[in-house]
Design a protein around this ligand. Structure first.
Ligand code: PLP
Ligand code: COI
Length: 342
């Protein structure tokens, strides 16, 4: 049995720590069951289930935080509820109703309250909803039965450098998604497609891979597990592309930037424009806003040096601080992004 007393909250990294419960709902005969609480970490799956053969698997990632006031806050869960529906529609799975998603997220967080890292630890409770195709099907067709499961696990920084800038690499021989493929949805196969390049990057001492647009290899797309933004002459610029995941963190940072009087541009960003930016970062639920120091285009040998002093830039720092403050309840949640768990 998991024991929160043994967890070193300030040093947990981003892995899997068992917690007490997960929550599950089943889609069968055209409808979703009531959620069921489970203390098993396993799923019993038919060997011909579509999730095993044809990649009918989608997931989400969101976080719960413990505030200074002791309250538990979940960040933007409605947006994750909407996105998992889009992912389900994208690969012909039964969409989870937003209200069911919400109810299950809140319930599983409450049930695992002792695993929510304390305020000040820098850690949070990562919430991982997954949906899988369950029915036996050997022809390439969608399943008619689905399982939706949410588990939680305490996490720290996704990148080992945390908020210290890291290097990222471009490998032109790999794409994570096709131009009009599944990149815009949170489909497991996109991450399978990113493993080889990701491993090369880690072997080479890079924190992540930065992908170029898969059609022309001309514009910046996103990183393996996060969106990309840069700051150019005081403007927040972030790629517009059909093959990237619409990041809820990026959407939030764009709003925070606007709140701070920073201009935002969401548009195709040619790779060479990196020579003109003063800051760059990866952003996502896991990554938060992780500054980038250098971008190496491995196949051409070109290096874009973004942060020669290896320090996070002022805009990235201001955006990161404001985002964290909202998530922790340190400042007012003026956009109603946070659900307080009662
Ligand atoms: N892009 C990819 C490929 C991701 O896996 C993630 C993580 O969820 C993101 C971007 C960031 O999205 P969000 O901010 O919604 O977590
Ligand atoms: C997230 O940021 O929630 C992600 O899903 C990224 C990664 C761990 C796959």
């Amino acid at each position: 049995m998991a024991n929160e007393a043994n967890i070193d909250w300030t040093n947990i990294g981003f892995g899997y720590i068992p917690t007490d419960y997960n929550i599950r709902a089943t889609y069968k005969d055209g409808k979703w069951s009531e959620p069921v609480i489970s203390d098993s970490e396993y799923v019993n799956i038919h060997m011909a289930a579509t999730c095993l053969h044809y990649g009918q698997e989608i997931f989400e990632g969101l976080k719960a935080f413990r505030g200074k006031d002791g309250k538990i806050r979940i960040f933007r869960l409605e947006e994750n509820a909407k996105r998992i529906r889009r992912s389900a529609d994208g690969i012909m799975m039964a969409p989870v109703p937003e209200e069911l998603f919400r109810k299950m997220v809140i319930e599983v967080v409450k049930r695992n309250e002792r695993f929510i890292p304390p305020y000040g630890s820098g850690s949070s409770l990562y919430i991982r909803p997954i949906e899988i195709g369950m029915s036996a099907q050997v022809g390439v067709k969608p399943a008619n039965e689905y399982e939706f499961i949410i588990f939680v696990t305490p996490v720290g920084a996704y990148f080992k450098n945390g908020f210290k800038p890291s290097k990222v690499a471009i490998y032109r021989g790999y794409d994570r998604a096709a131009p009009l493929g599944t990149g815009r949805w949170k489909v497991g196969g996109n991450y399978a497609a990113s493993l080889t390049a990701g491993d090369k990057a880690h072997q080479g001492g890079y924190a992540a891979v930065l992908y170029l647009d898969p059609k022309e290899k001309k514009y910046i797309d996103e990183c393996g597990p996060a969106n990309f933004f840069a700051v150019k002459d005081g403007v927040y610029i972030t790629p517009k592309s059909e093959s990237i995941l619409p990041s809820i963190t990026n959407m939030s940072l764009q709003q925070i930037a606007a709140d701070l009087g920073i201009k935002v541009e969401c548009r195709p960003i040619p790779l060479e424009e990196l020579d003109e930016v003063q800051e760059a970062a990866e952003c996502g639920t896991a990554a938060v806003a992780a500054p980038i120091s250098e971008i190496h285009d491995i196949d051409t040998g070109k290096k874009y040096i973004i942060a020669p002093d290896n320090q996070p830039g002022p805009v990235t720092t201001a955006l990161y601080n404001r985002l964290r403050a909202i998530q922790l309840g340190d400042v007012e949640d003026t956009h109603n992004w946070v659900t307080i768990v009662e």
